[in-house]
Design a protein around this ligand. Structure first.
Ligand code: PEP
Length: 247
């Protein structure tokens, strides 16, 4: 019942020319039952959206402001995202949390600002290696999610996506084992079900962390893994396409 979602996070990579080539190769021969999304740097959103018009691949963004407009130099408003017709925005990526000091409360404010504009947040959560080794994985992930759920209130929880991304697996080549991924995904779904069983059953929970063509099928086949948030491999058309085909 949950359509898989495969989302590419390009991070701060690309140029007009390399984007054009990557998308050309990606859409050619792409046949998948998954919903497919690429999230370029904001400055390229319009280029990517225009090139993808008429294809099955959607355009998303990697971050957003919680403010609507005004003196917020360098920020992107949810109103602008909506104006471009963009449906999804990643929030709370571990790089935003660790490199730019975003707190759970900041992420919750962005979640609400997106939902209020009809944009679907992809909420990233995940534990560091130290937290996993200390046995704190689920308490860390639960608290990251609970802050957002509480700030949102039930009326804002009709349509959102969670991406479980163990920090130790992002960009490292290390991937969670299928057992580790399924265990956390199932716990996340249980946590959502405490609030609302229907919402828990329909909310997609993506795995992220060194997903590639070679491990995507096994991960996405897990009962509570509903697709992937893909960093490095989303920059290589054939690799990303193979992940979409595996979904
Ligand atoms: C990410 O940045 O969301 C990510 C999962 O990166 P990678 O696939 O490169 O580990």
């Amino acid at each position: 019942m949950r359509q898989p979602l495969v989302a590419g996070n390009w991070k701060m990579n690309g140029s007009s020319e390399s984007n054009r080539k990557l998308l050309e190769e990606l859409v050619s021969g792409l046949e998948t039952k998954a919903e497919v999304l690429v999230c370029p740097p904001a400055v390229y959103a319009q280029q990517v959206r225009d090139q993808l018009a008429g294809s099955v691949v959607k355009t998303g963004l990697q971050n957003v402001s919680d403010k609507s407009s005004g003196a917020f130099t360098g920020e992107t408003s949810p109103l602008m995202v909506k104006d471009l017709g963009i449906e999804y925005v990643i929030i709370g990526h571990s790089e935003r949390r660790t490199l730019f000091g975003e707190t759970d409360e900041d992420v919750a404010a962005k979640f609400n600002a997106l939902v209020d504009q009809g944009i679907v947040p992809i909420l990233c959560v995940g534990e560091t290696l130290e937290e996993r080794e200390a046995g704190d994985t689920m308490s860390v992930v639960a608290s990251q999610i609970e802050v957002v759920l509480r700030a949102a209130g039930p009326e804002r929880l009709a349509n959102f996506v969670i991406a479980y991304e163990p920090v130790w697996a992002i960009g490292t080549g290390l991937t969670a084992t299928p057992e580790q991924a399924q265990e956390v995904h199932a716990e996340i779904r249980k946590l959502l079900a405490k609030d609302n069983a229907d919402m828990a059953a329909k909310t997609r929970i993506l795995y992220g962390g060194s997903m590639k063509a070679a491990n995507a099928a096994e991960l996405i086949a897990l009962p509570d893994v509903d697709g992937g948030l893909v960093g490095g491999a989303s920059l290589v058309a054939e690799e990303f396409k193979a992940i979409c085909h595996a979904a």
